[in-house]
Design a protein around this ligand. Sequence first.
Ligand code: XBP
Ligand code: MG
Length: 253
Amino acid sequence: MIADGDAVLKALIWDVDGTIAETERDGHRVAFNEAFADAGLALRWDEQRYGALLAVAGGYERLVADIETWPDAPADADGRRALARALHARKNAAYVALVARGGLQARPGVQRVVQECEAAGVRLAVATTTGRANVDALFPRVFGNDWQRLFGVCICAEDAPSKKPDPQVYLLALQRLGLRAHQALAVEDSPNGVQAARAAGLAVLVTRSVDFADADFSGATAVMDDLAAVDLVALRRLHALAAGRSGTSAECS
Ligand code: XBP
Ligand code: MG
């Protein structure tokens, strides 16, 4: 039983890829293609193909799954994993370089909502499937050099190797925050992310990214195009709404 005062919104837990910026289509996908070119491979992932591949969370895991289908892939599993590791490392280097040259911008409303939370004492955390180096590259560009003070908890792939839809990353974020699930709200863009957050007991606000524009987000507390029209009052209302029910979703625009 949740006591009234206990259900106050204490933290916002942010997904990264697709939620903070369109990092999948405009960042990781582009960087994967650079890695393929650098390695002398003819393969390129177009937006449609990459969108389909996002069903597999984790860039390395995504590569392993796709390599299985390559006609000229190494015959043995060890060889395929080694190839995936090498390409993934190249991709991450290309991603960091792309971010450093200003290739990605925050999605509408993200920076303002973060500032509002900071001003109101609503804590901020990160729960992402991507690696720490990618967050270390993106966050100073989006939130400034002070970002680690703003986001007191930052859980990445290295901390939570069981990737979304596994709830590990969200459970760890809650543990580090010292909060229970009903005291926080997750912000997500993918079905795997929503499943992970829900399995951790969290209410979820979805901001649809380009890759999941038509996805089924049943289970989310609310589904929006972006955060342009969202303020802290609206977030608190959504959180309170979720505390009063479970499992239903509202479509907003
Ligand atoms: C989305 C992912 C990540 C990125 C690529 O993470 O599934 O794997 O696509 O990053 P999020 P890596 O939870 O932030 O939406 O190559 O580092 O895995
Ligand atoms: Mg995401």
